[in-house]
Design a protein around this ligand. Structure first.
Ligand SMILES: [Zn+2]
Length: 126
């Protein structure tokens, strides 16, 4: 995920506190993710908002080889593209066996020095 350094720090701080943070434009209301200081639609300033963490799976990719040693113990695992209910799309690890169109909810799991977002199936146990 590429974003300006101060915004990245605030994003990861949110993850550590169990919050999925994104930016919303103060002008037109468009959601900005990855977080950006200015709106890609109208150029207006953005401010932080906290997602409810619920969304729908848009795509699933199986990762057979971990990109870093931190992830080697997890492979193979699934990376999901999820459309959050607030209107932005993000990529994160997913629980095994999730499919396109399924409802998911975000959770945060400590991995190395970070709390990483991961999507779990939503609805069955809720
Ligand atoms: Zn805007």
């Amino acid at each position: 995920m590429t974003m300006a350094e101060p915004l990245a720090a605030e994003f990861w701080q949110g993850c550590a506190q169990g919050e999925l943070r994104y930016r919303r434009c103060e002008g037109c209301g468009a959601t900005q993710f990855p977080p950006r200081p200015f709106c890609t639609r109208c150029g207006g300033a953005t401010r932080w908002a906290v997602s409810r963490g619920l969304g729908t799976v848009y795509a699933v990719t199986r990762v057979e080889r971990a990109p870093t040693p931190d992830f080697a113990a997890l492979a193979p695992y699934d990376i999901l593209l999820v459309d959050l209910d607030e209107g932005f799309r993000m990529m994160a690890q997913g629980a095994p066996g999730l499919g396109i169109g399924e409802r998911v909810r975000i959770a945060f799991h400590r991995q190395g020095e970070r709390a990483l977002p991961r999507f779990d199936r939503h609805g069955e146990d809720a």
